[in-house]
Ligand binder design. Structure first.
Ligand code: FE
Ligand code: ZN
Ligand code: FE
Length: 168
């Protein structure tokens, strides 16, 4: 695929986001299962639902804006790496609250990565005059920001207070 216009780049960015969301659809159930704190598990389960909707939204954008091609067929390597880092913490043994704090750290990196992706894609949609895409990308962006904030509040409310501060 050659990159000769912002339009070409926009399509490429959407494909990357689509792959990122689909990788997360597979990873989130594992993170929910690996979490000990019930509120954290619930947060992953509800974000899984949102994540499915976000992937669906990208499919809808291709249709609504009559974009060329399909959203699939590309692999987001950034998300692949972030999910791999999440898997590393899930394989660790130790204090349950420390492990939950580690899972949150990995999940927040994911959310920030998505926030960057959606923020950029939305700006491009706006420039290109894709109003429907802009609105849908805004919705996903808001959900990612809310998911990130939820993780911060779970960490502060349930986990950091219970975590051993040092190993001595
Ligand atoms: Fe997402
Ligand atoms: Zn990517
Ligand atoms: Fe997300």
């Amino acid at each position: 695929m050659s990159m000769n216009s912002l339009q070409d780049l926009f399509v490429q960015q959407l494909k990357d986001l689509y792959s990122a969301e689909n990788q997360l659809i597979k990873a989130l159930p594992k993170m929910a299962k690996g979490a000990t704190t019930p509120e954290l598990r619930k947060a992953f389960e509800s974000h899984l639902e949102e994540t499915r909707n976000q992937a669906g939204r990208i499919e809808q954008i291709f249709k609504a804006e009559s974009l060329q091609g399909v959203p699939g067929g590309h692999k987001c390597k950034g998300m692949e790496g972030l999910v791999a880092e999440g898997s590393e913490i899930l394989e660790e043994k130790g204090d349950q609250n420390v492990l939950d704090a580690g899972i949150i750290a990995a999940a927040q990196r994911v959310e920030h990565y998505e926030i960057a992706g959606y923020g950029t894609a939305r700006a491009m949609a706006k420039l290109l005059g894709y109003t429907t895409a802009e609105q849908m990308l805004s919705k996903s962006l808001d959900e990612e920001a809310a998911a990130d904030e939820k993780l911060t509040s779970i960490a502060e409310k349930y986990i950091y207070a219970a975590v051993p501060q040092n190993g001595k």
